[in-house]
Design a protein around this ligand. Structure first.
Ligand code: CP
Ligand code: NVA
Length: 327
């Protein structure tokens, strides 16, 4: 498998064999790291990290992975570059690709990262856009593979706002890799119709099934994985909180739903999560709308079934695989 020079912009651009290769490479690199085996596969190279939105996991994963691979790293924060304000994406791409061997970009519209890749002479990696979060999917699938030994046939249920980056990318990933995907939310939160049609075609080949449910108990029956994400994503206005809570409160992942799932079911979340009052936003919105948690109860988040911190660690190993394969 040769992925050198490829961009990593969305899961849709990759075949199931390529995705499997990246997950397996991540597992290999993870084993090397755990056993103290050096793996400086990109020695002497440099990667630029552009973040127009904040990050903990994705930034740290790129930085640690780059260092483990023997690379130099430059981080450009949301206020620390000219990008978009005084210099176009196209010009930025052509400037950076003269200095770096790879560019990571986290921002708003998917078109921006596509534009960056179009003008860049080095690989571009999508570190999250409104529409897509492809590196997160690799980490999620590595975690599922570690947990269950396989991906095909896993009953995967996504609770909550399935129209945004996580819902979209997980649906595509499941369709490609043969997992049975169910989105559970009020209808207006189902993914884009065109993307659903595209995924149905992909699912025919992989054997995946796609379902869209409004009833949480029907959706979670026999689930192997129950996954959720925040109800209000980065960049969305504060005013949407009320509507989201009104619409999505019945879809909070709680222990009743976990009990309804299969005996070995796990809880997953890309994080960060609003499961208690220990965050500024969680506290403010919780007090304002009379809730102790939002998309997941603290009980489920802290339970034995929750694999969220393994999943977070796997961000680093999978991002490392992407850079090692493509740079
Ligand atoms: N899951 C994720 O992308 O986390 P960060 O926003 O902290 O990078
Ligand atoms: N949907 C979330 C994902 C965070 C990793 C957001 O875009 O803020």
């Amino acid at each position: 498998m040769n992925l050198k020079g490829r961009d990593f912009l969305k899961i849709l651009d990759f075949s199931s064999e390529e995705i499997e290769y990246l997950i397996d490479l991540a597992a290999e690199l993870k084993a090397k790291k755990k056993n103290g085996v050096p793996h400086k596969m990109c020695e002497g190279k440099n990667v630029a990290l552009i973040f127009e939105k904040t990050s903990t996991r994705t930034r740290c994963s790129f930085e640690v992975a780059a260092r483990d691979l023997g690379m130099g790293v430059t981080y450009l924060d949301p206020s620390g570059s000219q990008i978009g304000k005084k210099e176009s994406i196209a010009d930025t791409a052509r400037v950076l690709c003269g200095m770096f061997d790879g560019i990571e970009y986290r921002g708003f519209e998917q078109e921006k990262v596509e534009e960056l890749a179009k003008y860049s002479c080095v690989p571009v990696f999508n570190g999250l856009t409104n529409e897509s979060h492809p590196t997160q999917i690799l980490a999620d699938f590595l975690t599922i593979k570690e947990q269950f030994g396989h991906l095909k046939g896993i009953n995967f249920v996504y609770m909550g706002d399935a129209r945004y980056n996580m819902g979209n990318s997980l649906m595509v990933g499941c369709a490609k890799m043969g997992l049975n995907f169910t989105a559970c939310a009020p209808e207006k939160y189902f993914p884009d119709k065109e993307l659903i049609e595209e995924c149905k075609k992909i699912a025919k080949k992989s054997g995946a099934t796609l379902k869209f449910e409004t009833d949480p108990m029907a959706a979670t029956k026999n689930a192997d994985v129950i996954y959720t994400d925040v109800w209000v994503s980065m960049g969305e206005p504060i005013e949407v909180w009320k509507e989201r809570i009104d619409d999505l409160a019945p879809y909070e992942v709680n222990s009743q739903l976990m009990k309804n799932a299969s005996d070995n079911a796990v809880f997953m979340h890309c994080l960060p999560a609003y499961h208690d009052f220990k965050t500024e936003v969680g506290k403010e919105m919780g007090e304002k709308f009379g809730r102790k948690s939002m998309e997941v109860t603290d009980e489920v988040f802290e339970s034995e079934q929750s694999v969220v911190f393994k999943e977070a660690e796997n961000r680093m190993h999978t991002i490392k695989a992407v850079m090692a394969a493509m740079m």
